[in-house]
Design a protein around this ligand. Structure first.
Ligand code: BGC
Length: 271
């Protein structure tokens, strides 16, 4: 990791949830390289989170690890209190924490349904609410950012593409889509921008089985017109842009970063 010459987030404070692995880890590092001080949230995985923090610091950046289950209101509130006490405020929330507990409908337990909805959807609500309270308290600070705050929700191509065997996950991401748009509508007059990133298949632990063998990867590539599986850096670059003033005037969108997965690839030859 190396500090960038262009630091569009210099002087700003970001929180990335679920930043101890996968996409969140990549986003946390990229925001730090872009100049933000970063809260690296983790769900009780201090070793991995501390490693991310160490890497950021070694590259000259600023970061701290913050433990919290994003689906737990008290833990979310105390995480924001710790971040704000250390760094003074918050400018950017990347509500990224998410997980899968896959099962066919007839086998899915209520616990599996509720767990996924609680982390993926309620977690984003709780974090967006706390971040917005601070954005509204502080308002726009000239020289910092032209916006009072930026929220980036980590959604998925599955806010749009139905996914058999994953109804809890797809429902959570469909929920994120309309939560994000509703918040964007509600908060735009306060100069708070709310957007989503919709990743396609990105090589992370969440979908290891879909890419780790050559056979699996070949199958997966049939769903990706651009013909490569994504990496966290693909998402991280989009997050830096959505967090920066370079994307001022962009609010209420889902930016799909998916190599064309949402382009109905089956229709390239069928239909
Ligand atoms: C899921 C991955 C999946 C990808 C594309 C993501 O939201 O978490 O498991 O590979 O969508 O289907």
């Amino acid at each position: 990791m190396k500090q960038m010459d262009y630091q569009p987030l210099a002087g700003q404070v970001a929180l990335v949830t679920g930043a101890s692995s996968g996409i969140g880890m990549g986003v946390a590092k990229a925001l730090a390289l872009a100049g933000a001080s970063v809260g690296v949230n983790h769900p009780n995985m201090p070793d991995s989170a501390n490693q991310v923090v160490e890497e950021i610091r070694a590259a000259g950046g600023t970061a701290m690890a913050l433990s919290a289950d994003v689906g737990n209101e008290d833990q979310v509130r105390s995480m924001f209190a710790q971040l704000i006490e250390s760094y003074g405020t918050i400018d950017i929330l990347v509500a990224n924490a998410g997980l899968q507990r896959d099962a066919a409908l007839v086998d899915m337990t209520l616990a599996e349904w509720q767990f996924v909805l609680n982390v993926n959807l309620t977690g984003q609500f709780l974090c967006a609410r706390e971040a917005t309270r601070e954005f509204l308290r502080r308002g726009v600070v000239p020289g910092r950012s032209v916006a009072a705050g930026k929220i980036i929700c980590m959604s998925s191509v599955h806010e749009k593409i139905p996914w058999a065997g994953h109804c809890n996950y797809a429902a959570s991401k469909g929920g994120v889509m309309l939560m994000m748009k509703s918040l964007a509508q509600e908060l735009a007059p306060h100069h708070i921008r709310v957007n989503s990133i919709g990743p396609g298949a990105i090589k992370t632990p969440i979908n290891r089985m879909a890419w780790e063998t050559p056979e699996a990867e070949t199958e997966l590539l049939k769903l990706i017109p651009y013909n490569r599986v994504g990496v966290p850096a693909d998402i991280a670059r989009a997050a830096v842009w959505l967090a920066s003033d370079d994307s001022d005037y962009v609010t209420g969108i889902t930016l799909f970063v998916d190599g064309g997965m949402t382009l109905y690839p089956g229709f390239a030859t069928g239909g």
